[in-house]
Design a protein around this ligand. Structure first.
Ligand code: ADP
Length: 456
C-alpha cells in the first residue's frame, strides 16, 4: 500500500506536470496568434482538468478519515478485531488508537473486577464495616453493618456515624481516631445486642483522611460466657455441699465420735452416701463434657431392646426395692435407632431411674418403643408425683430441680434430663414431656431410625 507522503508527493507532481503541460500549450498557442483560447481559456481548461484529479484524491482521504471515525466509534461500543491495515500514517494512527483503547479497556476491566471482588468480600463479611471521611461521615457501609443499624447504605451515606450509633464514649473515641490517628477498640450495647467495634484511621501522605470501623456482634459470645460462668458457679456449689458434709462428719469422728459404734456407723454411712453423690455428679459432668466434645451422637445404630438390656440390671432392683411395677415393650425386630447403643442406654437409664425415683411405692413405670412412620417413638412414663406446669419448660436445664432438697435426698444430680436432651438433639430427635401433678409424667422422644444410606 502507498504511504500518505508518496500519495501527496504524487499528487503534487501530477498537478505540477499538468501545470507545465498547460503552460506549454498556452505558450505554443500564444505563439500561433490571437486566434488561440487566450489566458482565461487556458486557466479554465486547467481547472476542468485538475478538478476531477483533486476530487478523486480528496475523496480518497475523506474515505480514509471516515473509516477512522467509524472504527473509533465502534471502539466505544464494542472492540473490533482490529483496524483495516492500509499501510499509511492514517492506518497507523487507527491501529494505535485501537491498541490504546484495548489497553484502556483491559485496565478498566481489571479495576472493576478488583472492585467487584472487594464488594463481594465486604458483602459476605459477618462483621459490619463502615468507612468514614475525615469528619466522621459515612462513605461506605456493608450489608452486615446495615443490618446491625437497621439502615441501608443509601439512607445513611453522608450521615455522621455518631447520629446512627448514639453512644457518647464511641463518639469520643472516634474523634481521637480522626484527630490523632490512633486505633481503638470498644464494646457497647445497641438495641439489645452487644457490639464490639475496632476503629482505625485511614492515613495517606501522613494525613488522616478518614477511618474504618469494623463492628462485630458478640451477643452470643457474651451469652455463652455467662452460661459458662453460671455453670462453673453451679458445679462448685454442687461439689461443695457434699464435700462440706463429708469434712464435717470426718472431723466429728476424729474428735472422738468414732468411739461410739452406733454414731460411727451412722456417720460412715452418711460419708459413704455423700461420696456416692460426688461420684455421680462427676460422672454426669464427664458425660456432658464428652457429649459436648463429640457432637455426633447421631452416629451408630442402636437396638432399643439391646440398649434396655444393658441397664435392666440397675433398674430392676431399684423398682423392686420400691415395689414399683416395671413394664418394657421394646420389640427385638424394630428398626435400629440412629444413635450409639451406649447413648440410648443412658437415655433409658436417666428417664426410667427418674420415673422410679419420683413415683411412690406401688406405682408403675414403663418403657414403650415403636416405629410410627416418622421414626422411632420412645415413651417413658410413670404414675408418680408429676411436675408442676411452671417447671416443665425448665427441667431440662442443668442443675434445675423442682424440689432441690428432695432431689438431693434421692441422690439426684440435676443433670440427668439435660444429658437426655443433649443426646436426643445430637441424634436430630425431638423431646417432649407431659405431666399432671399427682398422676404422673410421660416423656416422648422421637428419633430418626437408621436407614441403609444414613452414615454409620
Ligand atoms: P435429678 O438428678 O434431680 O433427677 P434431672 O435432670 O434428672 O435431675 O431432673 C430434673 C428435675 O425434674 C428433677 O429434680 C425433678 O424435680 C424433675 N423430674 C424429672 N423426672 C421426673 C419424673 N419422672 N417425675 C417427676 N419429676 C421429675
Amino acid at each position: 500500500m502507498i504511504r500518505l507522503k508518496w500519495k501527496l508527493t504524487g499528487m503534487y507532481l501530477m498537478i505540477s506536470a499538468l501545470a507545465f503541460f498547460l503552460a506549454g500549450v498556452g505558450i505554443s498557442v500564444n505563439l500561433k496568434g490571437p486566434a488561440g483560447p487566450g489566458l482565461a481559456g487556458i486557466f479554465l481548461t486547467a481547472l476542468v482538468l485538475t478538478a476531477p484529479l483533486v476530487y478523486f484524491i480528496a475523496r480518497g482521504f475523506s474515505k480514509r478519515i471516515d473509516e477512522l471515525n467509524l472504527g473509533t466509534k465502534s471502539l466505544i461500543s464494542e472492540l473490533p478485531k482490529g483496524f483495516p491495515d492500509v499501510g499509511d500514517e492514517l492506518g497507523e494512527l487507527g491501529e494505535n488508537i485501537y491498541l490504546v483503547t484495548r489497553k484502556l479497556q483491559s485496565t478498566i476491566r481489571e479495576v472493576s473486577q478488583e472492585s467487584n471482588k472487594m464488594m463481594a468480600i465486604l458483602t459476605g463479611m459477618l462483621e459490619g464495616v463502615v468507612a468514614l471521611d475525615h469528619i466522621g461521615r459515612i462513605v461506605l457501609l456493608n450489608r452486615a453493618a446495615g443490618m446491625m443499624f437497621g439502615a441501608g447504605e443509601a439512607e445513611v451515606k453522608g450521615q455522621y456515624l455518631t447520629n446512627l450509633v448514639r453512644d457518647h464514649e464511641l463518639g469520643i473515641r472516634l474523634l481521637r481516631v480522626l484527630e490523632k490517628g490512633e486505633s481503638t477498640q470498644y464494646e457497647f450495647s445497641l438495641a439489645g445486642r452487644v457490639l464490639r467495634v475496632l476503629m482505625s484511621p485511614v492515613v495517606s501522605s501522613q494525613v488522616v483522611q478518614g477511618a474504618v470501623a469494623v463492628f462485630q456482634d458478640i451477643t452470643e459470645i457474651r451469652r455463652l460466657e455467662q452460661i459458662r460462668t453460671e455453670f462453673v458457679a453451679n458445679v462448685s456449689h454442687e461439689l461443695r455441699t457434699p464435700l462440706t458434709s463429708i469434712k464435717g462428719f470426718v472431723e466429728t469422728l476424729l474428735d472422738g465420735a468414732d468411739e461410739d459404734p452406733g454414731v460411727r456407723e451412722r456417720f460412715l454411712h452418711i460419708i459413704h452416701d455423700e461420696t456416692g453423690r460426688l461420684q455421680r455428679l462427676i460422672e454426669d459432668l464427664l458425660t456432658l463434657s464428652h457429649l459436648e466434645n463429640k457432637q455426633r451422637s447421631g452416629d451408630g445404630a442402636a437396638s432399643a431392646a439391646g440398649a434396655y438390656d444393658k441397664v435392666a440390671q440397675v433398674l430392676i432392683p431399684l423398682a423392686r426395692a420400691k415395689n414399683i411395677e416395671l413394664r418394657v415393650e421394646a420389640p427385638e425386630d424394630l428398626p435400629r435407632v440412629g444413635m450409639g447403643e451406649e447413648l440410648l442406654s443412658q437415655v433409658f437409664l436417666n428417664l426410667m431411674e427418674n420415673g422410679i425415683k419420683y413415683t411412690p411405692p406401688g406405682g408403675k413405670v414403663w418403657l414403650e418403643v415403636e416405629e410410627d412412620g416418622e421414626g422411632i417413638l420412645i415413651r417413658v412414663g410413670d404414675t408418680g408425683q408429676g411436675i408442676p406446669r411452671e417447671s416443665l419448660a425448665r427441667i431440662f436445664e442443668r442443675f434445675y430441680r423442682v424440689d432441690k432438697a428432695r432431689s438431693r435426698e434421692m441422690g439426684g444430680t440435676g443433670l440427668g434430663l439435660s444429658i437426655v436432651k443433649h443426646i436426643v438433639e445430637q441424634a436430630k430427635g425431638t423431646l417432649q414431656v407431659e405431666s399432671e401433678l399427682g398422676r404422673g409424667t410421660v416423656f416422648k422422644i422421637r428419633v430418626p431410625q437408621k436407614t441403609e444410606d444414613s452414615p454409620a
